[in-house]
Write a protein that binds this ligand. Structure first.
Ligand code: ADP
Length: 434
């Protein structure tokens, strides 16, 4: 500004000096004409630059600011500097806004921005997925018209949003959402949604598991407690009477012991991070399983062993023994006297397969998908009666998952079952194939 005034004043002073010079040398009339011509030139100069300014204002881009002369050069330079700094801050703001929008779009939780009348202003893709909204059509619509659940309506009305609300949806698939409103900007609200379906499922499994374990332990404890109370009431009981009860108490305590052992095995499997694998001698393992089957069967069944594949398997010997042992023990326990149990170690195409077949009671088809769930039994009484804990196949499932193997169950009621464990070709311990 100061430079502009200085330059303008310098022009005026020059004009006055010119006028005075002309007056002294050529007389008053010449001086007047000279000053007049000077003023007209001066005015044209400013009018020309004003026209340049007006033209630029119609399309004000920094790179098109005119150059200008003299004082106008100063004006245009400062205009140029201002437009550039404005453009820069605009660019910064735009990119900050873009970053915020991108962050909102990428968020794993749903975000809906609501205006003062609870109409949707903006929403991210996760909110679309969680709430089944349409990103184009639902903008501007009232959220209460789109989420019809009464619990959500009361939550919106209460206006105390410190706690999230749990909403359950049956369509298009079963989902549980945690929904929370966060007021901001004095009138607007953020609606945040989080999918907690998996978390709820884990909680339910956990609750069921604790209830099942307590139930399984309560029965033997009640029996043992009952006997002990009876003993306490008859201090003079003779040895023969005590002998009558002791085997029953022993059976119940063994039941608790197997349950606790199976629970510890499951917990070890769940907590041990990496599989400690080594070469497993399948000849040796098959022989151990045969001896164990004979021991459990006590001569009531025919035990057959068949092997027609490489001797070595890559895995954890203890875990594989535990899984295969469970399958063998089930075959013995669910096969009536006189039946046959066949243990096989064979190759099926590319895969190595361990299987246990029996000619036992079999399993109705509808139970097959749930057999490996903890405490799932086809016939509760029968399983408990023959010492089952309901955890055997859950242990098998865990061990196989750690060995990247698959369990296949074929069964027909009253005809028998075959449980096959299929290993990937890479699990063979043959160095050529690893
Ligand atoms: P359990 O300790 O009850 O045997 P498992 O997890 O080993 O528990 O097996 C789950 C259920 O699967 C058993 O209760 C039984 O009903 C069924 N089952 C397992 N193996 C056999 C089999 N070989 N024949 C018939 N039913 C079986």
């Amino acid at each position: 500004m100061q430079e502009f005034l200085q330059r303008t004043l310098a022009w005026l002073v020059a004009l006055v000096v010119l006028g005075l010079g002309l007056w002294g040398a050529l007389g008053a009339v010449t001086a007047l004409v000279g000053v007049l011509v000077g003023l007209v030139l001066w005015l044209s100069f400013h009018l020309y630059h004003l026209a340049l300014l007006l033209r630029w204002l119609r399309n004000p881009q920094a790179e098109r600011v005119p150059d200008g002369f003299g004082s106008w050069h100063v004006v245009f330079m400062s205009l140029y500097a201002q437009v550039r700094s404005q453009n820069q801050s605009k660019r910064k703001l735009t990119s900050a806004l873009e970053r915020f929008i991108n962050a909102g779009e990428a968020m794993p939780d749903g975000v809906v921005v609501l205006d003062e009348h609870d109409r949707i202003e903006w929403l991210n893709p996760m909110a679309v997925e969680h709430l089944g909204l349409d990103r184009k059509q639902d903008i501007g619509n009232q959220i209460l018209n789109l989420i019809r659940q009464p619990a959500f309506h009361s939550y919106m009305r209460e206006e105390s949003y410190s706690q999230p609300l749990t909403l359950r949806f049956a369509q298009p698939r079963e989902t549980v959402l945690s929904v929370q409103l966060v007021p901001f900007d004095s009138t607007r609200k953020l609606l945040l949604t989080r999918d907690i379906t998996q978390f709820e499922r884990v909680q339910t499994v956990h609750r069921d598991f604790v209830a099942n374990v307590s139930h399984e332990l309560r029965t033997p404890l009640t029996v043992i407690g009952g006997f002990l109370e009876t003993f306490a009431e008859m201090p003079d009981a003779d040895a023969a009477t005590l002998q009558q009860f002791l085997p029953m108490m022993l059976e119940q305590s063994r039941r608790m012991q197997s349950l606790v052992e199976d629970l510890l095995t499951l917990s070890r499997l769940e907590n041990s991070a990496k599989l400690q694998a080594e070469k497993v001698d399948m000849d040796e393992l098959m022989e151990t399983l045969r001896v164990e089957a004979e021991g459990l069967s006590k001569g009531r069944h025919t035990i057959v062993v068949q092997k027609d594949t490489p001797r070595w398997l890559w895995g954890n010997p203890g875990e594989l023994h535990s899984a295969f042992g469970n399958l063998v023990s089930n075959a013995v326990r669910y096969t009536p006297e006189g039946g046959t149990i066949t243990l096989r170690w064979r190759t099926d195409g590319e895969r190595l397969v361990f299987s246990v077949s029996d000619t036992g009671i079999g399993i109705p088809r509808e139970h097959l998908p749930r057999l490996t769930e903890r405490f799932y039994r086809v016939d509760r009484g029968r399983s408990r009666g023959n010492g089952g804990t309901g955890l055997g196949l859950a242990i098998v499932k865990h061990v196989l998952a750690r060995h990247r193997a698959r369990l296949d169950i074929q069964s027909e009621p009253d005809r028998g079952s075959t449980f096959s464990v299929q290993f990937c070709p890479e699990e063979s311990a043959d160095p050529e194939r690893r």
